[in-house]
Design a binder for this molecule. Structure first.
Ligand code: ZN
Ligand code: ZN
Length: 336
């Protein structure tokens, strides 16, 4: 058994799953069905995209739409779903909240309700039994003996687990939020907008039918797959207990900061910082830790589009005083 610095071994412990985790019942069956349909479409589309790229080739339009949609939805997921909805790192009005829900759902990573519930559960049980996507424990709380198997689970296998997280337990605020729930109910529309209709419309407008097909396959469906792989690096590599990246804070979990993943995910790869100060809107603690999501949130604050930007641990903004409107520092333990 490999010794893991920051991860307390739970061998021999009662591996009953904690409350808020469902391992059977209609909600689990529905989740599994939806995941298989969603990933079936994304996988089939990605294979078609590779075949199309080899047989027909792609041009600058397909690449530009890929890059544009990648960064837009990455920002939606990181700043919108993760920092706004999960951690309440800042506040905003209904129009901006709807905008964040829209571009977050367009990351094609499940509904905002499931994302929020899963992620709060992840923080509460980080790298312990009950963690939804840890490299150290599987979906029902058994410890992985093989580090590679654990990494594969964290990198993507977890989404197929016959288990789900109870929204009633972890995300009552989302269930009570009419804006967020509108996007939960209409999630397939936003998946379609992201993976098919927006890339297709841009492709058709710029280059006609041929470019439209290339944009749908390469910039829509294949980009959705790449997005999933890129963001999952936070679950796997950034929980590698220092094997990859570095630990700024010694925490009782396997989190690390990884600078390349931070660039790729607009800052979410500063994951050790994030687990230390989960509610911070800006998670950089050094000049070389580039947190693009945090910088954009600060910029939106200066424009008055978001407010109450939470800053507990970030040294840079604290040393410069408040920014982005009214500053509020509630109890950091109030929200994981
Ligand atoms: Zn984590
Ligand atoms: Zn988080």
């Amino acid at each position: 058994m490999t010794t893991i610095q920051g991860v307390v071994s739970e061998e021999g412990a009662d591996q009953k799953m904690p409350p808020g985790v469902l391992v059977e019942g209609p909600l689990v069956d529905a989740k599994v069905r939806e995941i298989f349909v969603l990933f079936g479409i994304i996988y089939a589309g990605s294979i078609a995209a590779l075949v199309w790229t080899i047989m027909q080739g792609i041009g600058w339009v397909e690449i530009a739409v890929f890059v544009g949609m990648f960064w837009l939805t990455m920002f939606g997921m990181g700043a919108g779903i993760h920092r706004l909805l999960v951690h309440r790192s800042f506040r905003c009005g209904p129009v901006m909240r709807a905008f964040f829900c829209a571009i977050g759902t367009m990351a094609v990573q499940g509904s905002v309700l499931r994302w929020v519930a899963n992620h709060r559960r992840h923080h509460l049980h980080a790298d312990k039994p009950g963690d939804v996507h840890s490299p150290y424990y599987d979906g029902v709380g058994n410890r992985y003996v093989s580090f590679v198997k654990g990494m594969l689970h964290a990198q993507g296998g977890w989404v197929f687990d016959h288990a789900t997280t109870e929204g009633e337990y972890y995300a009552k605020d989302i269930l009570a939020d009419p804006i967020a729930m509108f996007f939960v109910r209409t999630r397939w529309f936003w998946y379609g907008m992201s993976a098919v209709f927006i890339p297709g419309a841009i492709g058709y407008a710029v280059g006609g039918i041929h470019t439209m097909i290339g944009c749908v396959l390469f910039s829509g469906l294949f980009r959705s797959y790449v997005m999933t792989m890129a963001t999952s690096l936070v679950n796997s590599v950034c929980h590698s207990d220092g094997r990859y990246g570095y630990r700024r804070f010694e925490l009782n979990d396997g989190t690390t900061n990884e600078l390349v993943i931070s660039i790729l995910t607009l800052g979410e790869g500063l994951h050790n910082n994030h687990h230390r100060f989960p509610r911070d809107a800006y998670i950089s603690h050094a000049w070389y830790e580039i947190d693009i999501n945090g910088l954009i949130i600060r910029g939106l604050g200066k424009l008055g589009l978001v407010h109450d930007i939470f800053v507990a641990g970030s040294q840079t903004p604290r040393s410069r005083g408040s920014y982005g409107g009214k500053r509020s520092i509630p109890d950091p333990k109030a929200m994981v």
